[in-house]
Design a protein around this ligand. Structure first.
Ligand code: SF4
Length: 299
């Protein structure tokens, strides 16, 4: 784990959202990098979201921009793959804008926010086309799912580790290149080297868990992994060696063992609870109380 945090369970006040079924409710059948990272940050948040399935607070349109841009990239590259496989013409670049518009229109954002998102996204689409044109690797898959069983330490069973990759390309030498799209702030090279989600993807590839959706063949391990930042058009690459992959597998095992042991302490920190979808209702929250009143217990 990469966060320092107290390990004792906080006693939860009588009022507010608190766990009620974490000892008995079924555990999830699958774990992702996101779910395991949630557990690492605050096991109680994991329990609310993944064990008790308590609906959290979401701001309307919170993910609209990122989802629309991701979807536009996905559809366009999927059409590129289809054209290569079927021998048809490449997709019209206009497809990017059409998909973006459709996604934003159905996002639930108010009209002025849709217009803002469109203004921000249009240059990002142009940058994406420019980046795509410079790639000498050919796209193989988009939104590619994977699953790998990970054995937990001390005979605690196993977890099914799953995920989706934004894009998988085949390099001219036949190796696999994995690209993840980011629509938030751009990060620097050191941050990309540290990125654990990329390590998860490299781990899946090294485990032989990625298959070419056209041929069904297992894709070779990743020769490099990249984060593409849509707001700047920057594509930064990194690699993962065997030691990093072994450390990642150990983290999967330790985190999965905590979940299987149903160890769900609260780890309230002001910054964490401010961002948590249960921050205004959780009885253990370190966020300031909601002036309109607590949302109340939901379990
Ligand atoms: S509000 Fe804070 S303590 Fe409560 S679940 Fe969220 S992160 Fe954990």
């Amino acid at each position: 784990m990469n966060e320092t945090a107290p390990t004792t369970t906080i006693s939860v006040p009588a009022l507010g959202l608190r766990p009620t079924r974490t000892d008995t409710a079924p555990l999830p059948a699958y774990e992702s990098h996101s779910s395991l990272s949630t557990y690492e940050g605050c096991p109680l948040r994991y329990a609310f979201r993944y064990v008790e399935r308590v609906p959290g607070e979401e701001r309307p349109g919170q993910y609209a921009f990122g989802s629309a841009v991701h979807r536009a990239f996905e559809v366009y590259v999927r059409e590129r793959i289809r054209a290569r496989v079927d021998g048809g013409p490449p997709p019209d670049p206009e497809l990017l804008r059409l998909v973006l518009d459709e996604e934003l229109t159905g996002s639930g954002l108010p009209p002025d926010a849709i217009e803002d998102a469109r203004r921000r996204a249009e240059p990002a689409l142009a940058r994406f086309l420019a980046m795509d044109a410079t790639r000498d690797a050919e796209p193989v898959a988009v939104e590619l799912g994977f699953g790998a069983d990970v054995v937990l330490p001390d005979g605690a069973g196993a977890i099914r580790f799953v995920g989706y990759l934004d894009r998988v390309d085949r390099a001219p030498d036949g190796s696999t290149e994995i690209v993840d799209y980011k629509t938030g702030r751009a990060r620097d090279q050191a941050d990309v080297h540290r990125d654990r989600q990329l390590t998860a993807y490299a781990y899946a590839a090294a485990r032989g868990a990625l298959r070419d959706p056209t041929t069904g063949a297992i894709l070779p391990p990743a020769s490099r992994l990249g984060l593409y930042f849509a707001d700047t058009g920057t594509l930064l690459w990194t690699t993962r060696d065997a030691d990093r992959l072994a450390a990642f597998e150990a983290w999967l095992g330790a985190t999965g063992a905590g979940i299987h042991g149903r160890d769900f302490p609260a780890r309230p920190e002001r910054w964490r609870c401010d961002w948590c979808e249960y921050g205004k209702s959780c009885a253990a929250s370190a966020a300031p109380p909601d002036p309109a009143g607590a949302s109340g217990g939901a379990a």
